[in-house]
Design a protein around this ligand. Structure first.
Ligand code: GLC
Length: 533
């Protein structure tokens, strides 16, 4: 059971701890390598807990660390109730949980219920068994269509490219059934119509929650349920992580809500444990269903992350995200980055302007009511890295026939110190992805203590959000502001002004708490934001 710690920073109870928490996403293989094998690990996270404490994070979210052949960096789980030796084994996770809790930091993990690894004993048993067997019923096996079952059962494509079906060889040595995998062929989809699948997930949840884990980010939380009869896709969308999937038969099927209610039933046995869904659904009404009182506590609303650096677009994203949450009285959650998307400075135009915009967006995000998520390296202003072909590791690169480079560019390890790669990330120069030479100015060591650094700016912003009651309102009110700008007041009292236009703008007559760029003659320059009280 997790400790009962109501969130009461200001003497009053403002809801469960996660309702205003700042989550820090640790991509474990890229955070810090404690044993010199070129891959980050959990003892590496322990070694850097003081850094996270100084940054002011309330919780960490660890990308998957369970036992895995790492076909998709751990999102292919072979044993959901153990930690991969690559990350230090389960002992390292226990040590991390204990040390993080001692530092007042919650620990959340990634949970992957939509699929397993093809190396999972269940899938191996399914391959060895015959069509129609109980073993195959845990996954989605179907006969093919056309002469001799030569063609896949339907036209679904994998998110990573190519067909979503792979044909197996049966015991008699002949080609046989096909199995469904919405992602890599090493990630067979589970059959959520089979009660054994939930029973096993429940075991997994209880296993970790009993060990003191404070919650889970649930991978592909809009997946799992499949539509009866597996109808063809009308519009073929491959790059769907960022596409609109509201009318896509592979995702967001009604049955998913029963699954979330079952999962929530388990969470409700553990005080303060949080379930956070990865939900790539845009329609407000449909999105809101995932955060009803008996489903997920929080769900990533990716509208803000998808917005261009444009005041109208950003306002639209904020309004809709709030509207979706308010439909069911849920807590909004905000994110600008994760391990699946381009880093913000790159997305917003690259170079100094891209970084300025990223910082401005951070102020806008941190001023909003609800929970926020930042991704390791965001606080250093890391951009995407142009990696050479031979360095690419994401299965997307191979599965797309080298037409999509995948997500490695935003997964490069964190630069800690020194003047040359791997910048203290590892004792080995052979890191799983190479760090670029020009990150010498972006290391924690270089930025630490520099009043003008991105890191100092993030620390200050997070500290203010944490300490000041003006950030704690449950709603916002839009204020009049010139074209190409936006201004809102958090009902706690904080005013945030964001300038996406070409000219500097005058600010209201209040005290400036923080600005993402220096004011020019008292005005807020382009590509900047300010907080006022
Ligand atoms: C989620 C993860 C992504 C992973 C995929 C398959 O979208 O964030 O990294 O590849 O699910 O598990």
């Amino acid at each position: 059971m997790t400790e009962n710690t109501p969130w009461s920073r200001f003497g009053g109870d403002i809801g469960p701890w996660w309702s205003h928490a700042l989550f820090y996403q640790v991509y474990p293989r890229s955070f810090y390598d404690s044993n010199g094998d070129g891959l980050g690990d959990l003892d590496g996270v322990i070694a850097k807990l003081d850094y996270l404490e100084a940054l002011g994070v309330d919780a960490i979210w660890l990308n998957p660390v369970m036992v895995s052949p790492m076909a998709d960096n751990g999102y292919d789980v072979a044993d959901p109730r153990d930690v991969d030796p690559m990350f230090g084994g389960i002992g390292a996770l226990d040590r991390l949980t204990e040390a993080a809790h001692a530092a007042g930091i919650k620990v959340t993990m990634d949970l992957v219920p939509n699929h397993t690894s093809s190396a999972h004993p269940w899938f191996q048993a399914a391959l060895a068994a015959s069509p129609g067997s109980d073993q195959r019923e845990r996954y989605i096996f179907r006969d093919g269509t056309g002469p001799g079952g030569l063609h896949p059962p339907n036209n679904w494509v994998s998110i990573f490219g190519g067909p979503a079906w792979t044909r197996v060889v049966e015991a008699d040595g002949n080609p046989g059934q096909w199995y469904l995998h919405l992602f890599d062929a090493e990630q067979p989809d589970l059959n959520w119509d089979n009660p054994e699948v939930f029973d096993d997930l429940e075991k997994t949840l209880r296993f970790w929650l009993e060990r003191g884990i404070d919650g889970f980010r649930i991978d592909v939380a809009h997946g799992m349920a499949k539509p009866p009869g597996l109808p063809d896709m009308e519009h073929i969308k491959a790059e769907v992580l960022l596409a609109d999937m509201d009318d896509d038969p592979r995702f967001n099927n009604d049955g998913v809500h029963d699954i979330h209610r079952q999962i929530r039933g388990v969470f409700d046995d553990y005080d303060n444990a949080v379930a956070i869904g990865e939900v790539w659904v845009y329609d407000n009404e449909q999105f809101s269903q995932y955060v009803r009182a008996d489903e997920l506590h929080l769900a990533f609303n990716f509208r803000l992350l998808r917005a261009e650096f444009d005041a109208t677009d950003i306002r639209h994203a904020i309004e809709n995200s709030l509207a979706a949450a308010h439909l069911v009285d849920a807590t909004p959650s905000w994110t600008l980055a994760n391990h699946d998307v381009d880093r913000e400075p790159t997305r917003y135009g690259g170079g100094a302007v891209g970084l300025d915009r990223a910082k401005a967006m951070t102020l806008a995000m941190l001023a909003l009511p609800g929970a926020v998520f930042i991704y390791n390296g965001e606080e250093l202003g890391l951009p995407n890295v142009d990696l050479p072909d031979e360095a690419l590791r994401d299965p997307v690169w191979e599965r797309s026939g080298h037409t999509r480079r995948g997500r490695d560019a935003s997964r490069v390890p964190v630069p800690w110190e020194g003047d040359a790669p791997p910048f203290g990330f590892s004792d080995s120069s052979d890191t799983w992805l190479p760090l670029p030479e020009d990150w010498a100015t972006l290391t924690v060591e270089k930025q630490d203590g520099d009043p003008a650094s991105t890191l100092t700016f993030y620390r200050r912003a997070i500290e203010l959000r944490r300490d000041r009651a003006e950030f704690d309102g449950p709603t916002i009110e839009w204020l009049d502001s010139p074209a190409d700008t936006l201004a809102f007041r958090n009902s706690g009292g904080l005013v945030c002004v964001l300038n996406t236009g070409a000219d500097a703008i005058a600010l209201p007559d209040d005290e400036v708490l923080l600005s993402s760029a220096e004011l020019v003659g008292g005005k807020l320059p382009p590509n900047a934001a300010a907080w006022l009280v």
